[in-house]
Design a protein around this ligand. Structure first.
Ligand code: PXP
Length: 249
């Protein structure tokens, strides 16, 4: 199957804020990183406002909404507070992610199937406000079906297990996980969902995920911010972009 379209790269800038907050100062500024990422070819900026504000702050979100020319993907837990913030800003996209242990499946994604009613009510106003709603889930059939039923437009498949197996040299398990992602990306697409992927991706792991024809967007943060120490943020992003395009072609 031919790829469904151009693969977008969303750059997650959370860990610029992690470094800033380690000193309680204003440096380094995640907004400056976001503008640099835009210039380096990011198709979107992703930021996760956590309930404990451990990295991105409310002021960072205000600033991103103000300065970005590419879409903001606002990652948030399914809480009333985060819903209020999202409805105030109406970002292009919101991605609902688990924060507490009890919200997660064993594979690390959001437990949608058990919380279907609650999540359907939770995302309805976000959709009405014009946000594209994405749900961060494992490549698991019941979760994908539940995400489609509650009215999400997008699922972001959790690549964490695949990346961990790779890093640990457990290649049979990595390949089995990749196969599952391949099947579930196709299945999600059949159900009418747009498919994204992310978590833990690196130069070594990105190509097979970028090659999945239904995947339309990757969200990558920790590795890029780390790699920026060695080669600078712009070149780190440009290399990721190159590897994605090569895998797609
Ligand atoms: N996608 C989602 C939904 C996330 O929550 C995160 C951050 O944990 C990422 C992608 C990016 O993951 P990483 O920082 O490991 O690249």
């Amino acid at each position: 199957m031919e790829p469904l379209g151009k693969l977008r790269l969303g750059v997650n800038i959370d860990h610029v804020a992690t470094v800033r907050n380690a000193r309680g100062s204003a440096y380094p500024d995640p907004l400056r990183a976001a503008k640099l990422a835009e210039d380096a070819g990011a198709d979107g900026i992703t930021a996760h406002l956590r309930e404990d504000r451990r990295h991105i702050s409310d002021a960072d979100i205000d600033g991103l909404v103000e300065v970005l020319t590419v879409p903001l993907n606002f990652e948030m837990a399914a809480t009333d507070e985060m819903q209020r913030i999202a409805l105030r800003h109406k970002p292009h996209a919101v991605c609902i992610v688990p924060e507490k242990r009890e919200e997660r499946t064993t594979e690390g994604g959001l437990e949608v199937a058990r919380e279907e009613n609650k999540l359907a009510h939770f995302i309805a106003p976000l959709r009405e406000a014009g946000c594209r709603v994405s749900i961060f889930i494992a490549a698991d059939r019941p979760q994908i079906e539940a995400a489609a039923r509650i009215g999400a437009q997008v699922i972001e498949l959790h690549t964490g297990a695949y990346c961990d197996f790779h890093a640990e040299g457990r290649f049979d398990e990595r390949d089995a996980e990749l196969e599952r992602m391949r099947d579930m990306a196709a299945y999600g697409h059949e159900l009418g969902l747009e498919i994204h992927a992310g978590h833990g991706l690196t130069y070594d792991t990105v190509a097979p995920i970028a090659a999945l024809p239904q995947v339309m967007e990757l969200n990558i943060g920790h590795f890029l911010i780390g790699e920026a120490i060695f080669r600078g943020l712009g070149p780190a992003i440009a290399e990721m972009r190159r590897l994605m395009d090569e895998a797609r072609a």
